[in-house]
Design a protein around this ligand. Structure first.
Ligand code: RUB
Length: 358
């Protein structure tokens, strides 16, 4: 079966079974099945979600995370809602609840808006759930196709023998399973016979790098070395890193990048040491309505998490802590964007508009 032949969510699940993927979320028997990322890497367990409330809760609690995966979970939340109520008003309410779960990632809002537009513009007087289901299939196919294209263009900037630093996790289960942004690029490099090594940062406080990136790359047999968040400067200054590749939650028109907290520091150190810094992104992650990074809402999460590593308290309960989940890397530090439209280099504003016909 080809991706272009897929016409239903069941066929999409079947098609994905033929690929080398780890599914972060899928829809089966009228329920959402979600890989609980809080349990990784020691337990791989899918939990059932049966309502918008449960889907929104799972996103807020970061049982699923990563810009693509939260958008896919929200999409299936809308499908559950439309099957239960078949109501325009209920769907709109559900869209608002899901959009408000995590404010920084652009794909979440983009996907929900796409479903709303499809429902609003339907001329055939069809049931709401029919329109939503059709749109879900289209958007998930598009996301998968995009991930494959991003992987293809990203592999062009990585050379045989390169050591690539990545931060947080923008891989398969941050997307819809194929490889997301970074893991897709690394998989493609290996497929093309390139000998590459990845260095992953642990990414406090949620530990996406330690718990997820290293687990995922290990599963795909991609050599990975885990370092703590304060080590990238050492590796960059010692010329031990050839490229940096990260994902992004939102990219603004001028090319500023909102990504996991800590990305900015890595970009600064890469710039200072003349190491190319690439960001993987697709259309849904570019916010064409925002000109620069200072306009992106930065999610502030529960500071309690900073007081712990896993279940282990690491400071006194009365110590004040803060937890901004993302930071902004100015476009000056970005060597290029790895996209489904190829590699986009400066000037970004003009090229984003031309490539995406905006
Ligand atoms: C995830 C994160 C990832 C992007 C990439 O943050 O910062 O780099 O979401 O997403 P969190 P994608 O773990 O807080 O959700 O792979 O979809 O481009």
């Amino acid at each position: 079966m080809q991706l272009s032949d897929v016409e239903s969510l069941q066929q999409l699940n079947d098609y994905m079974e033929t690929l080398d993927v780890i599914k972060p979320v899928y829809f089966e028997d009228d329920k959402i099945l979600l890989l609980d990322q809080t349990l990784l890497p020691f337990t791989e367990k899918y939990i059932e979600l049966n309502s918008v409330k449960e889907a929104a809760g799972a996103i807020i609690e970061m049982k699923t995370r990563g810009a693509g995966a939260i958008a896919a979970t929200a999409l299936y939340g809308l499908l559950l809602n439309s099957k239960k109520y078949n109501s325009h008003l209920q769907l709109k309410k559900a869209g608002e609840i899901l959009k408000n779960t995590r404010p920084t990632a652009s794909t979440l809002k983009w996907m929900i808006d796409q479903v709303m537009i499809a429902v609003d513009n339907d001329q055939d007087d069809r049931d709401i759930f029919e329109i939503v289901e059709e749109k879900c299939v289209e958007l998930m196919k598009d996301k998968l196709d995009t991930a494959m294209k991003v992987a293809h263009s990203g592999a062009k900037v990585i050379e045989d023998g390169d050591t690539v630093l990545t931060h947080c996790h923008a891989g398969a289960i941050a997307g819809i399973g194929y490889g997301g942004i970074t893991t897709g690029v690394f998989k493609e490099c290996v497929k093309n016979g390139k000998d590459i090594k990845v260095i992953a940062t642990e990414t406090r406080p949620y530990l996406q790098g330690a718990r997820i990136t290293s687990w995922e790359l290990n599963k795909f047999d991609i050599p990975v070395t885990l370092i703590t968040d304060n080590m990238p400067g050492y590796y960059l200054e010692k010329n031990k890193i050839d490229k940096v590749l990260v994902g992004a939650d939102r990219v603004t028109l001028n090319g500023d990048v909102a990504n996991k907290i800590g990305t900015y520091l890595i970009a600064l150190a890469a710039f200072e040491n003349s190491v190319p810094f690439y960001v993987g992104i697709s259309e849904a992650g570019i916010d064409f309505t925002i000109d620069e990074g200072s306009e992106v809402p930065i999610e502030m999460r529960d500071p309690e998490e900073v007081r712990y590593i896993g279940d282990q308290r690491i400071t006194l309960p009365e110590i004040k802590t803060e937890y901004p989940a993302f930071d902004i890397t100015p476009h000056e530090f970005v060597s290029g964007f790895v996209t489904e439209k190829g590699i986009i280099t400066p000037p970004y504003r003009k090229k984003f508009k031309t490539k995406y016909k905006k």
